[in-house]
Write a protein that binds this ligand. Structure first.
Ligand code: GLU
Length: 464
């Protein structure tokens, strides 16, 4: 069997993190088994679907690198096909016209509720052998209802949740085409999954309730029923349903917030699936490992700290030039002129051990591209009297020594011992003078990256 999986988002907003995980799993599943991954845009809800949301999904998928092998297919372009399938079902008797008006249906439901019953269609227009249907009213455009099997159970073995079954009695006859002829959501999904020969439906568990209906419709169509794998939802750090309150929910906020693609993918891969204790792995590795058996049926909890940790792991592994190229836009965005100052790659390499995201890294990189404002009170706090001549002497030396971190370090140590100071007594005021801050990477490394002229200029300008 050739595996065919799909991601079928409704374009009603941005691609959120839960959708991205669903897409990733469906994609990886196809990759693992040499199958086909299909993208289908479920845009039949014309009130809520927008072209911007379609674009947001395509952008998100592209950023994640989840390229479909087929599609994107758009449901709105398949209307003729759905109509044809409905006509076939009407002809076969697995669907029927229902002329109950909206007002009648409301009255029916009200009466059911009043009796304490679950509101459901009562089968008035369902043809049965020997049953005489009411006269067709002239002024009602009929809907088409699916003739749901009456007895027995619908059951499936969900690849994540295990066996699920529901009595057909619980399912009333679903409307599959509205009075204006447009097909309804559950019906389109069935025709598509059938036509697209989907073997595995991997989707959020908010669709578990749709599955028995879809299985019945697929069977009525004479289609193969795919394997279903329903992914549990993603909760926020606090155990509540993940929402904007918890921070970024849209996938595209992640690159904007300084996360790199491989880290986000790796994080999503682990969010509800595991391979032993493995935490850091490439997508190539993930595609070799991914299976449905190791998806956790319990809700996954989004953990920003863990994502930050992973992101930093990826930043640490990146080639210096690539890291610099990734950081540069964030520096520009912060209004820094990177053409005046050290090469961004050098700054990035220096800061990568201290910053979980590129945004944070850019925030820490300011003083490389902008002369700092020195807080004199802060300087006074760190500058003991004998350090001033020592720094002056160091500044002299820095004019001529060979320029490397090691040579700079030797020069600093020599001044420290000559002046009879403790290391921090020289390091701290030096750090404040050069960067305006008390927390930076090693001073020798900062001096090295800032460059000779800039260091000498800053010391000359700031040393009292
Ligand atoms: N369009 C549905 C959604 O965005 C997904 C349907 C499916 O995967 O079957 O929630």
């Amino acid at each position: 069997m050739t595996i065919r999986s799909r991601f079928a988002p409704s374009p009603t907003g941005y691609l959120h993190i839960g959708g991205a995980r669903t897409a990733l799993y469906a994609w990886a599943f196809a990759r693992r088994y040499g199958g086909t991954f299909i993208l289908r845009i479920e845009d039949t809800d014309v009130e809520r679907s927008t072209p911007e949301a379609v674009q947001a999904i395509l952008d998100g998928m592209q950023w994640l690198g989840l390229t479909p092998d087929e599609g994107p297919f758009y449901q709105m372009r398949r209307m003729a096909r759905y109509k044809e399938a409905i006509d076939t079902m009407l002809a076969a008797g697995s669907a029927y016209h229902c002329y109950m008006s909206a007002a009648e249906l409301d009255r029916l439901r009200e009466a059911q509720r009043a009796r304490g019953d679950k509101p459901r269609y009562d089968g008035t227009w369902r043809p049965e052998p020997g049953k005489i249907l009411p006269p067709i009213p002239a002024d009602v455009q009929p809907v088409v209802r699916f003739r749901n099997p009456e007895g027995g159970m619908v059951a499936w073995v969900d690849a994540v949740k295990g066996r699920i079954e529901i009595a057909n009695m619980e399912l009333d006859d679903l409307v599959i085409a509205r009075a204006d002829g447009t097909p309804t959501y559950n019906f389109c999904v069935c025709v598509d999954d059938w036509d697209m020969k989907i073997t595995h439906v991997i989707r959020g568990d908010d669709h578990v309730n749709n599955t028995p209906r879809q299985i019945n419709i697929l069977q009525a169509l004479g289609a193969e029923v795919p394997v279903y794998a329903h992914l549990s939802m993603i909760l926020g750090d606090d155990g509540q349903k993940l929402s904007k309150r918890h921070g970024a929910v849209s996938v595209m906020e992640y690159p904007a917030n300084g996360y790199v693609r491989d880290a986000v993918l790796n994080y999503l891969a682990r969010l509800g699936w595991s391979h032993g204790d493995d935490e850091v792995f490439s997508m190539a590795q993930f595609c070799e490992w991914f299976d449905l058996d190791h998806i956790t049926p319990s809700a996954a909890q989004f953990n920003t700290e863990k994502l930050n940790w992973l992101n930093q792991e990826y930043l640490k592994k990146m080639d210096g030039e690539a890291l610099g190229a990734a950081l540069a836009p964030f520096l520009l965005q912060a209004g820094l002129d990177v053409t005046h100052g050290p090469p961004v790659a050098k700054v990035a390499e220096l800061l990568r051990d201290r910053a979980p995201t590129l945004v944070e890294m850019a925030a820490q990189a300011h003083y490389f591209y902008q002369r700092p404002m020195i807080d004199l009170a802060l300087l006074a706090q760190h500058l003991v009297a004998p350090a001033t001549p020592a720094i002056r002497s160091l500044a002299e030396q820095l004019k001529s020594i060979s320029w490397s971190k090691a040579d700079i370090s030797v020069a600093i140590k020599a001044e420290v011992s000559q002046a009879g100071l403790k290391m921090p007594q020289l390091m701290m005021p030096l750090r404040v003078l050069l960067t305006g801050q008390t927390q930076t990477p090693g001073v020798d490394a900062v001096i090295d990256v800032l460059g000779r002229d800039e260091v000498i200029a800053r010391l000359a300008a700031n040393l009292p």
